[in-house]
Structures are given as structure tokens and as C-alpha cells.
Unconditional design. Structure first.
Length: 363
């Protein structure tokens, strides 16, 4: 299997970067490296990343600095050029990749030697009916997000390149100093210009924020014009569908609903980024525990309840039983994460978290 480097450009992403790194390193196969490329952040993004590295010395996370030029493209290029993996995964700091993302991406490029770029669907973790939305995104993206007679366009929140392909186009991709283009589509069109194959995989799944829908109408329309601007810069390439038309039609309803749903999440003290893949993370912890021979899965009803609502009481009740295997299982689920001050995806108030943590038996 080919190894996978992950590149995460970051500018003022202190609020989300920790969640992003937790998802990037809690994988069925550990990435070769995770490069966070900071671009002159003015918040404490770097401090958060440095703390994560200190708390997770086993994780292959590195913090790089690109201070020569402000902007996503030079920061992205810096990270891609610094990466040493066979495959270069790239997504944004507010993206939460599925726990099998690295394994899926490695498999795509291993099984198809002609594949030079890959992309897949996204789930919007801060919107309701997330998995229904994932199905819709998959259906639309694989049909309309294409160019040149059906070649998939890469999506910057969920994309990967073969390292050799990147090196072929690295000096040719547009710098876009006016900042009016979609840099991911630009990469796609440069790959196509060299007859390099891009592929779409519905199994290559990431989650992202729908916060773009919370911007002003003028800002949103300006963002949508980037589609046309990018293809205008590449007149030799054609497209049949215009995704921006669909996204613009969706904007009014989404713009009204997005802030309402954020209030719902805030009132329930739910961090949607942390909870994006909680079911899959628990399954991964269970599988890893079985391999280590130290865990036994909880009863299905308790497991389902815990996964559905992140109910710490269900886990606590099971952990306080006399079953040492059950105790180890629950202990793994909790201590593999953190409370808000320590990194717990269950996000309990400190007092509640401490109360539960002190109830664990030695495991």
C-alpha cells in the first residue's frame, strides 16, 4: 500500500484545528505525516497545534510556517512541496475526514496506477440530516462536478494527488494573486491538460462545515463567480454542468436556516465537528480493542444509546460493572478523546467529566 501525507493549510483556525488533527490521526491506517502549514495566523492556531503535538507524541504531526506570502495557494504549494509521501492528501482545517480516509485513499492509488488525482463526497457536519446530505452531495457531485467530457474535478475539502503528478504541475498551477479562482479546480484542469487521470470515489468521504452559507449574499455570489473565472483562465477546457447555479439556488434557504441550527447546537452544547464521525470512531476503538484482546463490546442497546446521543451515563454504567473487558472498552472510548479542556469528543462539563473519569477501574 502507498503511504499518504496529509497537508492542512491553516490561517486563524484555532477553533477547529484540534478537531481536524484528531480526525486525521484516528485512522484505520496512520498517515505517513500530517503537515499543518500555518500562514501568518494572528490567533493561537500555532499554540493549539504545538499543544496537540506535545500531547500526542505518537502522531506524525508537524507544524510548518509559510510566512513569505499571504494566501491559500502559496501555503498549499509550500505544504505539497514539503510532503514526502507517495500520495498527497489535502483538505481544509475545518474538515473532518472519515476514520478510514487514509486507507481508502491509499487503496485508490495503489489499485489504479493510472489515477493521479482523487476526490469524493462531503458531509456537512453542522447541518441536520447529515447522512442524508452526504447521499445528496455524492449524487450531485459525481454527476455535475466534472469537465472535459466527464473527468472528475477535485474538491479542495476532500482531495488527494499522486506525488509524481503534483511535481509535474507544481510550477504550472496558477498563482491567482487576484484571488478570484477556485484553486482546486485549477489543479484539476492542469492535471487534465497533461492527460493525467482524476477519479471519483464515493468511499473517500470527508466532513466539512457549511459556514459558507452564512456569508453575505454579495460574498457568496463573488465566491460562486470563481467557477467561471477558473474556466475562463483555461479556455481549452469545457464543462457541461455549472454547479454554481445549483448552489446559488440553495443559498436563500440555507442562509436562513444555518444560523438557526447553530443556535440549536449551541443550546445543546454540541460541537458538531467533534461528533462528525463519533459512531465510526467508536467502532474503530472497539475493533482496536478486540485486536489487542482487552475489550468486549457492550450490549447492543447500550452501545447504540451511547453512539446516538454520546450519553456518558450509559458508558459510565457499563464501565462500573464487574466486567473488566467492558471497563477497558469504555475506558478506551473516553481516554482516546478528551473533555473540552482535555480534548474529549463527548464534551462534558468538567465536573461531569471528572466524575466519570474517576469511576474507571484500572484497565
Amino acid at each position: 500500500m502507498l503511504n499518504v501525507s496529509i497537508i492542512i493549510p491553516a490561517w486563524n483556525e484555532a477553533e477547529r484545528i484540534r478537531d481536524c488533527l484528531l480526525n486525521a490521526t484516528r485512522q484505520t491506517i496512520m498517515p505517513h505525516e500530517v503537515l499543518v502549514v500555518d500562514n501568518r495566523s494572528t490567533d493561537n492556531t500555532c499554540a493549539v497545534v504545538e499543544q496537540f503535538i506535545a500531547e500526542h507524541p505518537e502522531a506524525p504531526v508537524k507544524l510548518l510556517h509559510q510566512n513569505d506570502e499571504q494566501g491559500l495557494i502559496p501555503t498549499r504549494n509550500f505544504g505539497l512541496n514539503a510532503a514526502t509521501g507517495d500520495v498527497l492528501g489535502r483538505f481544509d482545517a475545518d474538515c473532518m475526514i472519515r476514520p478510514d480516509w487514509v486507507e481508502v485513499v491509499s487503496g485508490i492509488f495503489t489499485e489504479d496506477p493510472a489515477a493521479m488525482g482523487a476526490t469524493g463526497p462531503v458531509m456537512y457536519y453542522d447541518m441536520p440530516s447529515r447522512h442524508f446530505g452526504l447521499k445528496g452531495d455524492n449524487s450531485l457531485r459525481k454527476r455535475i462536478y466534472r469537465a472535459d467530457g466527464g473527468q472528475p474535478l477535485l474538491f479542495g475539502s476532500n482531495m488527494a494527488l499522486r506525488a509524481s503528478a503534483w511535481h509535474q504541475i507544481a510550477n504550472e498551477v496558477c498563482r491567482d494573486k487576484a484571488d478570484v479562482m477556485h484553486e482546486d479546480i485549477d489543479i484539476s484542469l492542469h492535471l487534465m491538460g497533461k492527460d493525467l487521470k482524476t477519479v471519483y470515489s464515493p468511499r473517500m468521504i470527508a466532513a466539512m462545515s457549511a459556514r459558507r452559507m452564512d456569508t453575505s449574499l454579495s460574498s457568496f455570489l463573488s465566491y460562486m463567480r470563481r467557477f467561471k473565472n477558473t474556466f475562463d483562465a483555461h479556455p481549452q477546457h469545457t464543462r457541461t454542468h455549472k454547479p454554481e447555479v445549483l448552489f446559488t439556488a440553495m443559498y436563500p434557504a440555507m442562509h436562513m436556516f444555518y444560523p438557526v441550527w447553530q443556535k440549536v447546537l449551541n443550546s445543546a452544547d454540541i460541537n458538531p465537528a467533534e461528533a462528525a464521525w463519533i459512531n465510526e470512531q467508536m467502532e474503530l476503538a472497539e475493533a482496536q480493542g478486540k485486536q489487542a484482546g482487552t475489550t468486549r463490546p457492550p450490549r447492543r442497546s447500550l452501545r447504540r444509546k451511547a453512539r446516538k446521543v454520546l450519553d456518558i451515563r450509559a458508558l459510565s454504567a457499563y464501565a462500573s460493572s464487574s466486567d473488566e473487558g467492558a471497563n477497558a472498552y469504555c475506558h478506551r472510548l473516553i481516554t482516546s478523546a478528551t473533555c473540552k479542556s482535555r480534548g474529549c469528543p463527548l464534551r462534558l462539563p468538567d465536573a461531569g467529566c471528572r466524575g466519570v473519569h474517576t469511576s474507571w477501574k484500572a484497565s
